[in-house]
Write a protein that binds this ligand. Structure first.
Ligand code: FPP
Length: 257
């Protein structure tokens, strides 16, 4: 069977079962992809941008409500200046080149992370597209930039403390409301995918992962395209999500948190 026929068949199958509302991806393996080809690491990130385009299109056309991509972690600032600068440049190019597709397809662009650390040429483009796409009713595409899960929880706790509600004001719901993902108005995370064979969370969406299904792919991110996304979604659809309940309770119609 050709790859196209395989994709079409899998897409049809995946569409017949409930989809994850919110998919997040740790896009790992750009550096190794480049090294395997004797190319500079930045070429791996450039090829990774193409995978971002393909996967975003597929997720949107499937009907996924939210796609969140780990594009630059709080810890990535410590990479060599040349790589950090190149990634910032790529992000700016991406925001320019994808503007039309985002607006034409009613995608709402969001961002989570310590965005004040981004250079102004990235932040300004990001804020402009975020503002322009705010009213779009299609898929939410969220870029996690200068993002860390621990950092997100710490800043949420600080915001909550500033509100002055005292210890009783600290509840799960109240803390969750202060997370960056709440500002971005995202549904609960259903599926977290990590590429490149690594099996770690690496400080991504730590709070939101509580009941997410995890899917690990050996494919390096630049090679992760429609088929790989459909396989991850298909894998998700085989899982029984119990949310702490028993299988028998679920069969009786009980629902978890
Ligand atoms: C991890 O691979 C990837 C990153 C740190 C950056 C991800 C960036 C992109 C996919 C491209 C730009 C993003 C957008 C949204 C246009 P790695 O470099 O750690 O790979 P390695 O583990 O093989 O070294």
């Amino acid at each position: 069977m050709s790859e196209k026929a395989l994709i079409d068949e899998l897409r049809d199958r995946v569409r017949r079962s409930p989809l994850p509302r919110h998919v997040a991806i740790i896009m790992d393996g750009n550096g190794r992809w480049a090294e395997l080809r004797g190319l500079p690491r930045l070429e791996g990130h450039r090829a990774g941008s193409e995978a971002v385009r393909a996967v975003t299109r597929e997720a949107r056309s499937l009907g996924v409500e939210a796609l969140t991509l780990y594009a630059f972690s709080a810890q990535n600032w410590a990479r060599p200046d040349e790589e950090v600068g190149g990634l910032m440049q790529l992000l700016a190019e991406y925001l320019d080149s994808e503007r039309a597709e985002i607006m034409d397809n009613a995608i709402r662009l969001e961002a989570v992370g310590d965005l004040d650390r981004l250079p102004s040429f990235v932040r300004e483009r990001l804020e402009r597209l975020r503002a322009d796409s705010r009213g779009n009713g299609g898929m939410a595409l969220t870029l996690a930039l200068s993002y860390g899960g621990r950092e997100e929880i710490v800043q949420a706790a600080q915001r909550l403390a500033r509100r002055g509600g005292g210890p009783e004001g600290i509840t799960e719901e109240a803390l969750e409301r202060e997370l960056w993902t709440s500002d971005a108005r995202l549904p609960p995370l259903d599926l977290l995918v990590r590429t490149s064979g690594e099996r770690r969370i690496s400080n991504f969406l730590l709070w939101q992962c509580a009941y997410a299904e995890l899917s690990f792919s050996d494919i390096l991110w630049p090679d992760f395209r429609e088929l790989a996304l459909l396989q991850a979604v298909g894998d998700f659809q085989t899982r029984e999500r119990r949310f702490g309940l028993t299988g028998a309770q679920l069969a009786e119609g009980a629902r978890g948190p």
